[in-house]
Design a protein around this ligand. Structure first.
Ligand SMILES: [Zn+2]
Length: 455
Protein backbone atom coordinates (compact mmCIF):
# COMPACT_ATOMS: atom_id res chain seq x y z
CA UNK A 1 0.00 0.00 0.00
CA UNK A 2 1.44 3.41 -0.95
CA UNK A 3 1.44 6.12 1.77
CA UNK A 4 -1.28 8.01 -0.18
CA UNK A 5 -3.44 4.91 -0.37
CA UNK A 6 -2.90 4.17 3.31
CA UNK A 7 -4.02 7.70 4.19
CA UNK A 8 -7.19 7.19 2.13
CA UNK A 9 -7.95 3.87 3.82
CA UNK A 10 -7.41 5.31 7.31
CA UNK A 11 -9.63 8.29 6.56
CA UNK A 12 -12.31 5.95 5.20
CA UNK A 13 -12.28 3.77 8.30
CA UNK A 14 -12.47 6.88 10.48
CA UNK A 15 -15.53 8.03 8.52
CA UNK A 16 -17.11 4.62 8.97
CA UNK A 17 -16.71 4.94 12.75
CA UNK A 18 -19.35 7.68 12.61
CA UNK A 19 -21.98 4.99 12.18
CA UNK A 20 -23.28 3.28 15.30
CA UNK A 21 -22.35 -0.13 13.86
CA UNK A 22 -18.68 0.63 13.26
CA UNK A 23 -18.37 2.78 16.38
CA UNK A 24 -19.20 -0.42 18.22
CA UNK A 25 -17.49 -3.13 16.15
CA UNK A 26 -14.28 -1.16 15.58
CA UNK A 27 -14.11 0.25 19.13
CA UNK A 28 -11.34 -2.07 20.25
CA UNK A 29 -9.36 -2.02 16.99
CA UNK A 30 -6.28 0.01 16.09
CA UNK A 31 -5.25 1.27 12.70
CA UNK A 32 -1.71 2.53 13.22
CA UNK A 33 -0.02 0.77 10.33
CA UNK A 34 -1.13 -1.00 7.13
CA UNK A 35 -0.76 -4.44 8.75
CA UNK A 36 -3.54 -3.49 11.18
CA UNK A 37 -6.01 -3.27 8.32
CA UNK A 38 -6.03 -7.05 7.79
CA UNK A 39 -6.99 -7.48 11.45
CA UNK A 40 -10.16 -5.39 11.21
CA UNK A 41 -13.32 -7.47 11.53
CA UNK A 42 -15.28 -8.38 8.40
CA UNK A 43 -18.73 -7.01 7.65
CA UNK A 44 -21.06 -9.57 6.15
CA UNK A 45 -24.37 -9.37 4.36
CA UNK A 46 -26.10 -10.66 7.53
CA UNK A 47 -24.56 -7.73 9.42
CA UNK A 48 -25.99 -5.26 6.93
CA UNK A 49 -29.39 -6.89 7.39
CA UNK A 50 -29.07 -6.77 11.17
CA UNK A 51 -27.87 -3.17 11.05
CA UNK A 52 -30.81 -2.08 8.89
CA UNK A 53 -32.16 0.51 8.71
CA UNK A 54 -29.98 2.99 10.66
CA UNK A 55 -26.94 1.36 12.30
CA UNK A 56 -24.61 1.62 9.29
CA UNK A 57 -25.63 5.16 8.48
CA UNK A 58 -22.77 7.59 9.12
CA UNK A 59 -24.80 10.78 8.56
CA UNK A 60 -28.27 11.91 9.68
CA UNK A 61 -30.89 10.05 7.59
CA UNK A 62 -32.05 13.22 5.82
CA UNK A 63 -28.48 13.87 4.62
CA UNK A 64 -28.47 10.69 2.57
CA UNK A 65 -29.57 11.38 -0.97
CA UNK A 66 -31.15 7.99 -1.55
CA UNK A 67 -32.63 5.17 0.47
CA UNK A 68 -33.28 1.71 -0.96
CA UNK A 69 -34.52 -1.56 0.41
CA UNK A 70 -34.29 -5.10 -0.78
CA UNK A 71 -35.72 -8.17 0.89
CA UNK A 72 -33.17 -10.31 2.69
CA UNK A 73 -33.21 -14.09 2.98
CA UNK A 74 -34.65 -13.77 6.48
CA UNK A 75 -37.44 -11.58 5.20
CA UNK A 76 -36.09 -8.53 7.02
CA UNK A 77 -35.52 -5.69 4.53
CA UNK A 78 -31.88 -4.81 3.80
CA UNK A 79 -31.41 -1.04 3.87
CA UNK A 80 -28.92 0.79 1.70
CA UNK A 81 -28.21 4.49 1.82
CA UNK A 82 -26.30 6.51 -0.74
CA UNK A 83 -25.03 10.06 -0.94
CA UNK A 84 -25.15 12.35 -3.95
CA UNK A 85 -21.39 13.07 -3.89
CA UNK A 86 -20.47 9.38 -4.04
CA UNK A 87 -23.10 8.72 -6.69
CA UNK A 88 -21.51 11.48 -8.79
CA UNK A 89 -18.06 9.88 -8.37
CA UNK A 90 -19.38 6.52 -9.50
CA UNK A 91 -21.17 8.10 -12.45
CA UNK A 92 -17.89 9.69 -13.62
CA UNK A 93 -16.21 6.29 -13.58
CA UNK A 94 -18.93 4.96 -15.89
CA UNK A 95 -18.81 8.00 -18.19
CA UNK A 96 -15.05 7.46 -18.63
CA UNK A 97 -15.45 3.78 -19.42
CA UNK A 98 -18.45 3.84 -21.76
CA UNK A 99 -17.97 6.46 -24.52
CA UNK A 100 -21.41 5.66 -26.01
CA UNK A 101 -23.06 7.36 -23.02
CA UNK A 102 -21.42 10.69 -23.77
CA UNK A 103 -21.89 10.59 -27.55
CA UNK A 104 -23.62 13.51 -29.19
CA UNK A 105 -26.73 11.44 -29.96
CA UNK A 106 -26.73 9.35 -26.77
CA UNK A 107 -30.11 8.27 -25.47
CA UNK A 108 -30.34 5.71 -22.68
CA UNK A 109 -33.23 3.37 -22.06
CA UNK A 110 -32.81 2.58 -18.36
CA UNK A 111 -34.42 -0.79 -17.66
CA UNK A 112 -32.71 -1.35 -14.32
CA UNK A 113 -35.54 -1.72 -11.79
CA UNK A 114 -36.31 1.62 -10.21
CA UNK A 115 -36.14 0.15 -6.70
CA UNK A 116 -32.46 -0.73 -7.32
CA UNK A 117 -29.82 1.98 -6.69
CA UNK A 118 -28.15 1.23 -10.04
CA UNK A 119 -31.17 2.75 -11.78
CA UNK A 120 -30.31 6.11 -10.23
CA UNK A 121 -26.62 5.65 -10.89
CA UNK A 122 -27.46 5.41 -14.60
CA UNK A 123 -29.67 8.46 -14.37
CA UNK A 124 -26.75 10.33 -12.77
CA UNK A 125 -24.49 9.24 -15.64
CA UNK A 126 -26.85 10.90 -18.12
CA UNK A 127 -27.07 13.97 -15.94
CA UNK A 128 -23.29 14.23 -16.22
CA UNK A 129 -23.21 13.78 -19.98
CA UNK A 130 -26.30 15.94 -20.45
CA UNK A 131 -27.92 13.38 -22.73
CA UNK A 132 -31.40 11.88 -22.77
CA UNK A 133 -32.48 9.41 -20.08
CA UNK A 134 -35.60 7.26 -20.36
CA UNK A 135 -36.70 5.81 -17.00
CA UNK A 136 -38.36 2.51 -17.84
CA UNK A 137 -37.54 0.12 -15.01
CA UNK A 138 -38.27 -3.52 -15.63
CA UNK A 139 -39.92 -5.79 -13.05
CA UNK A 140 -42.84 -3.42 -12.90
CA UNK A 141 -46.16 -3.15 -14.70
CA UNK A 142 -45.57 0.41 -15.89
CA UNK A 143 -43.26 -0.47 -18.75
CA UNK A 144 -43.83 -4.07 -19.84
CA UNK A 145 -41.66 -5.72 -22.50
CA UNK A 146 -43.79 -4.68 -25.46
CA UNK A 147 -43.65 -1.06 -24.44
CA UNK A 148 -39.88 -1.15 -23.88
CA UNK A 149 -39.51 -2.51 -27.42
CA UNK A 150 -41.71 0.27 -28.75
CA UNK A 151 -39.40 2.81 -27.08
CA UNK A 152 -36.48 1.27 -28.93
CA UNK A 153 -38.30 1.24 -32.25
CA UNK A 154 -39.68 4.75 -32.14
CA UNK A 155 -36.95 6.68 -30.34
CA UNK A 156 -33.27 6.79 -31.29
CA UNK A 157 -32.26 4.78 -28.19
CA UNK A 158 -28.51 4.21 -28.46
CA UNK A 159 -27.78 2.46 -25.15
CA UNK A 160 -29.90 0.03 -23.16
CA UNK A 161 -29.07 -0.70 -19.51
CA UNK A 162 -30.65 -3.79 -18.00
CA UNK A 163 -30.20 -7.30 -16.57
CA UNK A 164 -28.40 -9.72 -18.93
CA UNK A 165 -31.29 -12.18 -19.29
CA UNK A 166 -33.65 -9.39 -20.26
CA UNK A 167 -31.80 -9.26 -23.60
CA UNK A 168 -33.15 -12.75 -24.28
CA UNK A 169 -36.65 -11.89 -23.09
CA UNK A 170 -36.82 -8.66 -25.11
CA UNK A 171 -35.65 -10.41 -28.26
CA UNK A 172 -38.22 -13.16 -27.84
CA UNK A 173 -40.95 -10.61 -27.05
CA UNK A 174 -39.97 -8.91 -30.30
CA UNK A 175 -40.29 -12.18 -32.15
CA UNK A 176 -43.80 -12.65 -30.74
CA UNK A 177 -44.74 -9.15 -31.95
CA UNK A 178 -43.13 -9.68 -35.34
CA UNK A 179 -40.33 -7.23 -34.57
CA UNK A 180 -36.84 -7.98 -35.87
CA UNK A 181 -34.83 -6.27 -33.13
CA UNK A 182 -31.65 -5.88 -35.21
CA UNK A 183 -33.45 -4.25 -38.13
CA UNK A 184 -35.96 -2.19 -36.16
CA UNK A 185 -33.89 -1.06 -33.16
CA UNK A 186 -31.17 0.23 -35.43
CA UNK A 187 -29.99 3.11 -33.22
CA UNK A 188 -28.95 0.73 -30.46
CA UNK A 189 -25.14 0.69 -30.26
CA UNK A 190 -24.38 -0.72 -26.82
CA UNK A 191 -25.98 -2.51 -23.91
CA UNK A 192 -24.85 -2.07 -20.32
CA UNK A 193 -25.61 -5.25 -18.43
CA UNK A 194 -25.37 -6.11 -14.75
CA UNK A 195 -27.07 -7.83 -11.85
CA UNK A 196 -26.20 -11.40 -12.87
CA UNK A 197 -23.24 -13.35 -14.22
CA UNK A 198 -22.31 -12.49 -17.78
CA UNK A 199 -19.74 -15.05 -18.95
CA UNK A 200 -18.11 -14.83 -22.42
CA UNK A 201 -20.47 -17.13 -24.36
CA UNK A 202 -23.52 -15.28 -23.02
CA UNK A 203 -21.89 -11.97 -23.95
CA UNK A 204 -21.19 -13.24 -27.48
CA UNK A 205 -24.75 -14.53 -27.77
CA UNK A 206 -26.18 -11.10 -26.89
CA UNK A 207 -23.71 -9.25 -29.14
CA UNK A 208 -24.65 -11.51 -32.07
CA UNK A 209 -28.40 -11.52 -31.44
CA UNK A 210 -28.59 -7.74 -31.12
CA UNK A 211 -25.54 -6.62 -33.11
CA UNK A 212 -24.39 -4.36 -30.29
CA UNK A 213 -21.40 -3.88 -28.04
CA UNK A 214 -21.92 -5.51 -24.65
CA UNK A 215 -20.54 -3.70 -21.59
CA UNK A 216 -20.61 -5.37 -18.19
CA UNK A 217 -21.36 -3.39 -15.04
CA UNK A 218 -20.77 -5.08 -11.70
CA UNK A 219 -21.84 -4.09 -8.20
CA UNK A 220 -24.54 -4.63 -5.61
CA UNK A 221 -27.15 -2.64 -3.74
CA UNK A 222 -24.89 -2.33 -0.70
CA UNK A 223 -21.68 -1.38 -2.50
CA UNK A 224 -23.14 0.08 -5.70
CA UNK A 225 -20.55 0.29 -8.51
CA UNK A 226 -17.61 -2.10 -8.13
CA UNK A 227 -16.40 -2.65 -11.68
CA UNK A 228 -17.15 -1.54 -15.22
CA UNK A 229 -16.32 -2.98 -18.65
CA UNK A 230 -13.84 -1.23 -20.96
CA UNK A 231 -13.86 -1.07 -24.77
CA UNK A 232 -11.54 -4.11 -24.83
CA UNK A 233 -14.04 -6.16 -22.84
CA UNK A 234 -12.08 -6.16 -19.57
CA UNK A 235 -14.09 -5.71 -16.38
CA UNK A 236 -12.06 -3.11 -14.46
CA UNK A 237 -12.30 -2.80 -10.69
CA UNK A 238 -13.18 0.75 -9.61
CA UNK A 239 -10.10 0.97 -7.38
CA UNK A 240 -10.56 4.71 -6.86
CA UNK A 241 -13.84 3.98 -5.06
CA UNK A 242 -12.76 0.94 -3.02
CA UNK A 243 -9.88 -0.86 -1.42
CA UNK A 244 -10.30 -4.48 -2.47
CA UNK A 245 -9.21 -7.86 -1.14
CA UNK A 246 -9.74 -11.24 -2.83
CA UNK A 247 -9.89 -13.84 -0.06
CA UNK A 248 -10.12 -17.58 0.29
CA UNK A 249 -13.75 -18.17 1.30
CA UNK A 250 -12.83 -20.58 4.12
CA UNK A 251 -9.61 -19.16 5.54
CA UNK A 252 -10.44 -15.53 4.64
CA UNK A 253 -6.82 -14.92 3.71
CA UNK A 254 -5.63 -13.47 0.37
CA UNK A 255 -5.52 -15.84 -2.61
CA UNK A 256 -2.87 -15.53 -5.35
CA UNK A 257 -3.80 -13.42 -8.38
CA UNK A 258 -5.63 -15.62 -10.89
CA UNK A 259 -7.24 -17.84 -8.24
CA UNK A 260 -10.90 -17.53 -7.30
CA UNK A 261 -11.69 -15.76 -4.04
CA UNK A 262 -14.40 -13.75 -2.34
CA UNK A 263 -14.30 -10.07 -3.21
CA UNK A 264 -14.11 -8.01 -0.03
CA UNK A 265 -14.20 -4.24 -0.22
CA UNK A 266 -13.69 -1.14 1.90
CA UNK A 267 -15.34 2.06 0.72
CA UNK A 268 -12.89 4.89 0.08
CA UNK A 269 -15.24 7.64 -1.05
CA UNK A 270 -18.63 6.64 0.41
CA UNK A 271 -19.63 8.90 3.26
CA UNK A 272 -23.26 8.00 3.84
CA UNK A 273 -23.04 4.23 4.38
CA UNK A 274 -19.33 3.38 4.34
CA UNK A 275 -18.42 -0.28 4.54
CA UNK A 276 -15.26 -1.73 6.05
CA UNK A 277 -13.99 -5.12 4.81
CA UNK A 278 -17.43 -5.92 3.44
CA UNK A 279 -17.61 -9.50 2.20
CA UNK A 280 -19.59 -9.23 -1.03
CA UNK A 281 -20.15 -12.99 -1.20
CA UNK A 282 -19.16 -13.00 -4.87
CA UNK A 283 -16.38 -15.23 -6.12
CA UNK A 284 -14.12 -13.36 -8.49
CA UNK A 285 -10.85 -14.05 -10.23
CA UNK A 286 -8.32 -11.27 -10.83
CA UNK A 287 -6.57 -11.34 -14.16
CA UNK A 288 -2.78 -11.72 -13.88
CA UNK A 289 -2.23 -9.79 -17.11
CA UNK A 290 -2.89 -6.09 -17.77
CA UNK A 291 -5.85 -5.24 -19.98
CA UNK A 292 -5.25 -4.47 -23.67
CA UNK A 293 -7.03 -1.11 -23.23
CA UNK A 294 -4.03 0.27 -21.34
CA UNK A 295 -5.91 1.19 -18.15
CA UNK A 296 -3.82 0.35 -15.12
CA UNK A 297 -6.67 -0.86 -12.86
CA UNK A 298 -6.95 -4.64 -12.44
CA UNK A 299 -9.63 -6.63 -14.29
CA UNK A 300 -11.76 -9.37 -12.78
CA UNK A 301 -14.02 -12.19 -13.85
CA UNK A 302 -17.16 -12.60 -11.72
CA UNK A 303 -17.85 -16.29 -11.14
CA UNK A 304 -21.09 -15.98 -9.15
CA UNK A 305 -22.26 -16.07 -5.55
CA UNK A 306 -20.05 -18.24 -3.35
CA UNK A 307 -23.24 -19.79 -1.91
CA UNK A 308 -24.48 -20.74 -5.38
CA UNK A 309 -21.57 -22.93 -6.43
CA UNK A 310 -22.83 -26.28 -7.65
CA UNK A 311 -21.02 -29.15 -5.97
CA UNK A 312 -21.68 -32.41 -7.75
CA UNK A 313 -19.73 -35.65 -8.06
CA UNK A 314 -16.56 -34.10 -6.70
CA UNK A 315 -16.78 -31.17 -9.07
CA UNK A 316 -17.55 -27.56 -8.35
CA UNK A 317 -19.30 -25.68 -11.13
CA UNK A 318 -19.53 -21.92 -10.81
CA UNK A 319 -22.74 -20.17 -11.93
CA UNK A 320 -20.65 -18.38 -14.58
CA UNK A 321 -19.31 -21.71 -15.93
CA UNK A 322 -22.80 -23.20 -16.04
CA UNK A 323 -24.29 -20.27 -17.94
CA UNK A 324 -21.26 -20.02 -20.22
CA UNK A 325 -21.35 -23.72 -21.13
CA UNK A 326 -25.09 -23.62 -21.85
CA UNK A 327 -24.90 -20.53 -24.07
CA UNK A 328 -22.02 -22.08 -25.95
CA UNK A 329 -24.18 -25.19 -26.37
CA UNK A 330 -27.35 -23.43 -27.58
CA UNK A 331 -25.29 -21.27 -29.94
CA UNK A 332 -23.73 -24.41 -31.44
CA UNK A 333 -27.12 -26.05 -32.07
CA UNK A 334 -28.97 -22.89 -33.12
CA UNK A 335 -31.44 -22.86 -30.22
CA UNK A 336 -32.46 -19.68 -28.42
CA UNK A 337 -34.12 -20.30 -25.08
CA UNK A 338 -33.28 -22.82 -22.37
CA UNK A 339 -33.82 -23.53 -18.70
CA UNK A 340 -31.47 -25.40 -16.37
CA UNK A 341 -32.70 -27.68 -13.58
CA UNK A 342 -30.08 -28.84 -11.06
CA UNK A 343 -30.94 -32.34 -9.84
CA UNK A 344 -29.13 -34.71 -7.50
CA UNK A 345 -28.27 -36.98 -10.44
CA UNK A 346 -27.01 -34.21 -12.69
CA UNK A 347 -28.23 -31.33 -14.80
CA UNK A 348 -31.31 -31.30 -16.95
CA UNK A 349 -31.27 -28.65 -19.67
CA UNK A 350 -34.66 -27.94 -21.23
CA UNK A 351 -34.05 -26.47 -24.66
CA UNK A 352 -36.69 -24.99 -26.92
CA UNK A 353 -36.48 -25.75 -30.59
CA UNK A 354 -38.71 -24.78 -33.47
CA UNK A 355 -37.93 -28.00 -35.34
CA UNK A 356 -38.13 -31.54 -34.03
CA UNK A 357 -35.05 -32.50 -32.04
CA UNK A 358 -32.21 -31.19 -34.23
CA UNK A 359 -30.57 -34.15 -35.97
CA UNK A 360 -26.92 -33.41 -35.32
CA UNK A 361 -26.72 -32.49 -31.68
CA UNK A 362 -25.39 -35.65 -30.01
CA UNK A 363 -21.82 -34.43 -30.30
CA UNK A 364 -22.68 -31.04 -28.79
CA UNK A 365 -24.55 -32.73 -25.91
CA UNK A 366 -21.46 -34.83 -25.14
CA UNK A 367 -19.27 -31.76 -25.36
CA UNK A 368 -21.54 -29.91 -22.89
CA UNK A 369 -21.45 -32.79 -20.37
CA UNK A 370 -17.68 -33.14 -20.77
CA UNK A 371 -17.10 -29.47 -20.24
CA UNK A 372 -19.15 -29.38 -17.04
CA UNK A 373 -17.88 -32.78 -15.89
CA UNK A 374 -21.25 -33.94 -14.59
CA UNK A 375 -24.12 -35.89 -16.19
CA UNK A 376 -26.25 -33.64 -18.40
CA UNK A 377 -29.55 -34.61 -19.99
CA UNK A 378 -30.94 -32.38 -22.70
CA UNK A 379 -34.67 -32.31 -23.34
CA UNK A 380 -35.75 -30.85 -26.66
CA UNK A 381 -39.08 -29.13 -26.24
CA UNK A 382 -41.43 -27.45 -28.68
CA UNK A 383 -41.55 -23.69 -29.10
CA UNK A 384 -43.26 -22.02 -26.13
CA UNK A 385 -42.70 -24.84 -23.62
CA UNK A 386 -39.71 -23.23 -21.92
CA UNK A 387 -40.82 -19.67 -22.40
CA UNK A 388 -44.45 -18.76 -22.94
CA UNK A 389 -43.84 -15.46 -24.70
CA UNK A 390 -47.53 -14.56 -24.84
CA UNK A 391 -47.52 -14.27 -21.03
CA UNK A 392 -45.31 -11.17 -21.38
CA UNK A 393 -48.33 -9.38 -22.84
CA UNK A 394 -50.84 -10.54 -20.25
CA UNK A 395 -49.70 -8.17 -17.51
CA UNK A 396 -52.33 -6.03 -15.80
CA UNK A 397 -52.71 -2.36 -16.61
CA UNK A 398 -52.18 -0.07 -13.68
CA UNK A 399 -53.93 3.29 -13.30
CA UNK A 400 -53.58 6.26 -10.99
CA UNK A 401 -55.46 5.47 -7.76
CA UNK A 402 -58.87 7.14 -7.72
CA UNK A 403 -62.37 6.92 -6.31
CA UNK A 404 -64.60 8.36 -9.02
CA UNK A 405 -65.87 6.53 -12.10
CA UNK A 406 -67.98 8.31 -14.71
CA UNK A 407 -70.12 5.67 -16.42
CA UNK A 408 -71.84 7.99 -18.88
CA UNK A 409 -69.21 7.95 -21.59
CA UNK A 410 -67.04 5.32 -23.28
CA UNK A 411 -64.55 5.03 -20.40
CA UNK A 412 -64.06 2.11 -18.04
CA UNK A 413 -66.98 1.43 -15.72
CA UNK A 414 -65.51 0.57 -12.35
CA UNK A 415 -67.21 0.18 -8.98
CA UNK A 416 -64.34 -0.48 -6.56
CA UNK A 417 -61.02 1.16 -5.75
CA UNK A 418 -59.10 -1.94 -6.88
CA UNK A 419 -60.97 -2.13 -10.17
CA UNK A 420 -60.10 1.50 -10.80
CA UNK A 421 -56.46 0.85 -9.94
CA UNK A 422 -55.87 -2.37 -11.85
CA UNK A 423 -57.24 -3.79 -15.04
CA UNK A 424 -56.52 -7.47 -15.47
CA UNK A 425 -56.12 -8.71 -19.03
CA UNK A 426 -59.15 -10.44 -20.49
CA UNK A 427 -58.58 -14.10 -21.23
CA UNK A 428 -60.34 -15.65 -24.19
CA UNK A 429 -61.21 -19.36 -24.15
CA UNK A 430 -58.23 -20.08 -26.42
CA UNK A 431 -55.78 -18.37 -24.05
CA UNK A 432 -57.30 -20.06 -21.01
CA UNK A 433 -57.14 -23.45 -22.73
CA UNK A 434 -53.50 -22.79 -23.63
CA UNK A 435 -52.64 -21.93 -20.03
CA UNK A 436 -54.37 -25.04 -18.68
CA UNK A 437 -52.65 -27.28 -21.26
CA UNK A 438 -49.27 -25.79 -20.41
CA UNK A 439 -49.89 -26.22 -16.66
CA UNK A 440 -50.75 -29.89 -17.16
CA UNK A 441 -47.69 -30.45 -19.33
CA UNK A 442 -45.42 -28.71 -16.81
CA UNK A 443 -46.88 -30.67 -13.88
CA UNK A 444 -46.22 -33.95 -15.74
CA UNK A 445 -42.70 -32.88 -16.67
CA UNK A 446 -41.99 -31.80 -13.07
CA UNK A 447 -43.29 -35.10 -11.66
CA UNK A 448 -41.18 -37.09 -14.11
CA UNK A 449 -38.03 -35.15 -13.25
CA UNK A 450 -38.63 -35.59 -9.52
CA UNK A 451 -39.29 -39.33 -10.00
CA UNK A 452 -35.98 -39.83 -11.82
CA UNK A 453 -34.07 -38.01 -9.10
CA UNK A 454 -34.81 -40.02 -5.96
CA UNK A 455 -32.18 -41.33 -3.63
ZN1 LIG B 1 -9.55 -2.65 -20.28
Amino acid sequence: MTPERWALVRAAVERARKSRWYARTLAATRLDEPADFARLPFTRKADVTEASPFELLAVPPAHAWHYHESSGTTGKPVSTWCGLAELTRMASTIVDAVPELGADQAMLLNRFPSFAPVHFLMEEVLRRTGRCHIAAGSMSWDVPFGRALEFMRQLPVSVLATLPFEMVLLREAGRELGIDVVRECRSLKAVLLGGAVLPPAFKRWIADAWQVRVVEIYGSNETMLLAIGCPEGGLHLATDLFEHEVLDPAAMTPVPVGSPGVLTITSLVHEVMPLVRYVTGDLVEMSPTPCACGRSTPTIRVLGRATEMIEMRGRVITPADLVDACYEFVASVGARVFFIVILKRGLEVLVETTAEKPATTALEEVRLANRLGVPVTVQWLPDGDVFDRTALFRTPKIYKPGQVSDWRGEGRKTITVMEALLEWPKFGLGTLGGIVKREIKNARRRKKLAATDRG
